[in-house]
Ligand binder design. Structure first.
Ligand code: AR6
Length: 204
């Protein structure tokens, strides 16, 4: 990967603080539960903003298993320019935060949520997509750990796909946004070090 490519990849992601229902994007991701019929947190905010037709529609879907995703119209949110909602069900955290990243069943399920949402976005030609910090509220997934998984899966997907063109990580607090900025900074340093370290370079 060239330096220019890694820079342009990072330009395709953005961290914002705010309400996901107010983001100027084509689609938003909902951190739902398996019923898809609404709940608290970001799920409650999205159902309130999308209106009762969302729940009526979701009754016809028969729920969604943890780690999978479903796409729906955005109903009343269409007046704000949002065309789709991608509902995914994150894992409930029950592990130890000190285990190696990727070793927990919950890590794999959370990665699957991001992958499924990105696949659906690409299939539906979604240009701009906003994610909340899936599973890090009521479901208690450790925030730093979740941000690393979110970032690495989004970057890997963007490397091989033109759509979505832009992914926004929509945080609900400045503290949560700081966690994403830190994950991006670490990733950027790692990418740069890989690009400058050439053990076989005769000029070294
Ligand atoms: N915009 C952006 N992010 C938000 C918003 C908002 N309007 N509201 C909350 N957040 P959570 P989970 C953040 O609990 O952990 C529901 O009851 C919040 O600060 O919404 O996946 C569902 O029905 C946190 O960073 O989702 C499920 O039963 C993040 O969104 C369960 O909660 C996720 O927190 C899912 O739990």
């Amino acid at each position: 990967m060239s330096h220019a490519l890694s820079e342009s990849l990072l330009e395709r992601i953005e961290v914002v603080t705010g309400d996901i229902t107010r983001q100027p994007v084509d689609a938003i991701v909902n951190a739902a539960n398996e019923s898809l019929l609404g709940g608290g947190g970001v799920d409650g905010a999205i159902h309130r903003a999308a209106g009762p037709r969302l729940k009526e529609h979701n009754r016809t879907l028969g729920g969604c298993t943890t780690g999978l995703a479903r796409i729906t119209p955005a109903f009343d949110l269409e007046s704000r320019g949002i065309e789709h909602i991608i509902h995914t069900v994150g894992p409930v955290w029950s592990g130890e935060d000190n285990a190696a990243l990727g070793s927990q069943r919950e890590d794999v399920l959370l990665a699957s949520c991001y992958q499924q949402c990105l696949d659906l976005a690409a299939q539906h030609g979604i240009d701009t997509l906003a994610f909340p910090a899936i599973s890090t509220g009521v479901y208690h997934f450790p925030k730093q750990r979740a941000a690393k998984i979110a970032l690495s899966h989004v970057l890997a997907f963007l490397t091989s796909h033109e759509q979505p063109r832009k992914v926004i990580f929509c945080c609900f607090s400045e503290d949560d946004a700081t966690i994403y900025h830190e994950a991006i900074r670490t990733r950027h340093q790692w990418m740069s070090s890989r690009l400058t370290y050439r053990p076989d370079d005769p000029g070294r």
